[in-house]
Design a protein around this ligand. Structure first.
Ligand SMILES: [Zn+2]
Length: 355
């Protein structure tokens, strides 16, 4: 498959990607506009950490079991000799291997670990209602809202309680560049096309999902963010602990990261071609909807960014995407999520058959 897709000759973006243009050599505008970022360096990182008074811990690390967050924990503890506290937001979609990796890494590196879980499985109810609501639109836009908020709120509160001035994160540039358009606008367009009963269903289940989001915000409070403004991107409170992205300072190299973690921390590599975001079982829903909507999965977008920054060869990325974007594979992965959330077959079919 994918033989007939016109792709950028440098990355993997297809001609169907929103806002794409190709030059005469078939190179896309995203590749042409890409600029390699320069790093701030280790010295500045340490200078920053030392700039504030610390109590028992120098920094807090949010850890999910994924390779980037585990590597940040490793760097903080082993390379920089910092006193690290780790916190894991254990929601019901974290895969078992991720949970094991969190434990392995913290045990091996002797890092204190706090695990935070919601009281009444609010995330499961949320996603069940959210997917029931959006099924007929053929998308799942909004599925990640709870996680973005939950992580920020939990990190903020744990840092505050333990008087930790810095929260280290490991978000890479490769995850931040894409913005295929406003997804709320796209979703609203889809809803317009639905019949009356489907529209009513959307509102009914979305209202239930909304109250789950409100409940999550009530349980994990983040100052200066209203519980009821639950679709809004969380704002980081001023004067609180500072979020520091370690990969603004230190080089990110996926091969070095994986090898180091396996050799030094007991981290276990997932049994698949791409270890990115293996930790959340909801990710295939995104891959499926991105592929259908924009002609490329979120994994493909990520790989495209890796090619641009020289982290992976295009041929290798093409091979990985071939496995990851196989229609049957993506459909099964999405079905698995639906079944786990006990979404009735009728809604599942509405999702897969949506135009
Ligand atoms: Zn390109």
């Amino acid at each position: 498959m994918n033989e007939t897709i016109k792709r950028c000759t440098r990355c993997l973006l297809p001609g169907s990607y929103p806002g794409i243009k190709f030059n005469k050599k078939g190179v896309c505008n995203f590749c042409l506009e890409f600029k390699q970022r320069s790093l701030l360096g280790e010295e500045l990182f340490l200078e920053k950490i030392k700039s504030k008074i610390r109590d028992k811990f120098d920094c807090l690390v949010g850890i999910s079991g994924g390779k980037d967050s585990c590597y940040v924990a490793y760097l903080a503890k082993e390379r920089f000799n910092l006193r690290v506290l780790a916190v894991c937001y254990d929601f019901p979609f974290l895969c078992e291997l991720a949970r094991k990796n969190v434990k392995n890494v913290c045990d091996t590196l002797k890092i204190d670990l706090i695990i935070k879980k919601s009281k009444r499985n609010v995330e499961y109810n949320l996603l069940q209602n959210h997917l029931m609501s959006t099924a007929a639109t053929g998308t799942s836009w909004g599925q990640c809202l709870f996680c973005h908020y939950g992580i920020d709120a939990i990190l903020y509160n744990v840092a505050k309680e333990n008087k930790i001035p810095f929260i280290l994160s490991g978000v890479t540039n490769s995850e931040l560049w894409w913005n295929p358009g406003n997804r709320i606008v796209m979703l609203l367009k889809r809803i317009k096309k639905l019949g009356l009963i489907e529209k009513a269903k959307f509102i009914y289940y979305q209202l239930k999902a909304y109250f789950c989001l409100v409940n999550q915000r009530r349980e994990f409070k983040l100052p200066s963010n209203s519980c009821f403004n639950a679709y809004k991107k969380p704002k980081k409170p001023l004067n609180g602990p500072e979020f520091v992205n370690v990969f603004d300072y230190i080089k990110w190299d996926h091969k070095i990261i994986e090898d180091t973690l396996v050799e030094r921390t007991g981290w276990v590599k997932p049994d698949r071609s791409l270890s990115w975001r293996y930790d959340c079982i909801l990710e295939p829903m995104l891959d499926y909807t991105y592929k259908r909507e924009f002609g490329i999965s979120s994994a493909g977008l990520y790989l495209s960014a890796l090619i641009r920054s020289g982290q992976i060869e295009r041929d290798e990325a093409l091979e990985i995407i071939g496995q990851n974007e196989d229609e049957e594979y993506l459909r099964k992965a999405a079905q698995h999520v639906f079944n786990y959330l006990e979404i009735p077959l009728r809604s599942q079919n509405a999702f897969f058959n949506a135009q």
